[in-house]
Design a protein around this ligand. Structure first.
Ligand code: PMP
Length: 334
């Protein structure tokens, strides 16, 4: 598990600080000798592989160039022509950006003061122009979780004609007992699309692999937007190798969870407010003047983080990254 060593600490994109396991790197190296060959015209094998792993039919899976690629196709299908897309703010930047790119209108609902998506207000924001609703669990940037009960209650408030995206980019960091039973819910709610990625726990951000799980009819509509030969041929090789290396992936996830506990506890010991995070980042909630001061100190220490109007999102890196963050923040508050 060699940590990457770029300039400073790269804690702004919620990347995995560890490169892929050796077996995955070896599989990728072997595959490079076939780099002269095109990938499949439209991906068939990769959705089958993921479907087998999840125990669902392959027509319930659509893959894309990262979850971002899948989101693009979802908003192209449902969010164009001035359509309303209801989402929290702040949320993963891709949602407002791609909605606007595809000609839709982001309809944003502020987070609650404790960093949760306000499910009642989001349900209230749905009107006759709404064509899509987006929720993330864990949420980006706060790491807050939607409980299974809250989510089911929410689904019952959404008209069956409006697709709901449940973005689970960080689900692998959530303890099993706290997870929404997404696959069972997809069976019962044909308007539900669950989004996942190999960029976070699986550490394959460079290879761009994400997917959605949903009703075959919705999946087929999304897949119509796929670019011919658009999926990286190495994506399938890497996913197959990662599935064969699950214990090592799980070990990385628990190491990252351990660092997140240390980071969160360390920040709280300084008297700072950090909501419970279920992802690979922590959100430091700060009043406006302090945000500038802390952000400037982190930047001065070459610690790259992401700033929001109510705080700073810090990706969990390796041990040295946590040490550096804690030392720098301590120096600004004492
Ligand atoms: N959803 C959420 C909530 C994210 O935070 C991210 C990336 N930061 C993505 C989707 C997109 O990830 P990718 O395109 O790398 O799969």
């Amino acid at each position: 598990m060699a940590p990457l060593a770029p300039l400073g600490h790269q804690l702004q994109l919620n990347e995995n600080p560890y490169g892929p396991p050796a077996s995955v790197r070896e599989a990728l190296s072997r595959a490079l000798s076939s780099a002269n060959r095109y990938p499949e015209f439209l991906p068939q094998r990769l959705p089958r592989l993921i479907a087998e792993r999840l125990g669902v039919d392959a027509d319930r899976i659509v893959v894309g160039a990262g979850a971002t690629g899948v989101i693009m196709h979802i908003v192209q299908e449902f969010g164009s022509g001035g359509a309303g897309v209801v989402m929290a703010t702040p949320t993963f930047d891709g949602y407002p950006i791609l909605t606007t790119m595809s000609g839709g209108r982001p309809m944003t609902v502020p987070l609650t003061p404790d960093g949760r998506q306000d499910l009642d207000a989001i349900a209230d924001a749905i009107d006759e122009r709404t064509r899509l609703v987006v929720l993330c669990s864990p949420h980006n940037p706060t790491g807050a979780l939607i409980t299974p009960r809250e989510f089911e209650k929410f689904l019952h408030r959404v008209p069956a004609t409006v697709p709901v995206v449940l973005d689970e980019a960080y689900v692998d960091f959530v303890p099993g007992e706290d997870r929404i039973e997404a696959l069972a819910l997809v069976d019962r709610h044909p308007n539900l699309l669950v989004l996942r990625t190999f960029s976070k726990a699986y550490g394959l951000a460079a290879l761009r692999v994400g997917y959605a799980i949903g009703d075959p009819e919705l999946i087929e509509r999304i897949a119509r937007w796929q670019l011919p030969f658009g999926m990286n041929a190495l994506a399938e090789v890497a996913v197959r190798a990662c599935y064969a290396a699950e214990p090592e992936i799980a070990a990385r996830v628990s190491v990252i969870a351990g660092h997140r506990h240390r980071l969160t506890a360390g920040l709280r010991e300084l008297g700072l407010s950090v909501p419970d995070s279920y992802a690979n980042f922590s959100y430091l909630t700060l009043p406006e003047p302090d945000i500038d001061r802390v952000a400037a100190a982190l930047a001065g220490a070459e610690i790259h983080v992401k700033r929001y109007p109510t705080g700073i999102r810090i990706t969990v890196g390796d041990r040295s990254a946590t040490d550096a963050v804690l030392a720098t923040v301590r120096s600004t508050v004492q």
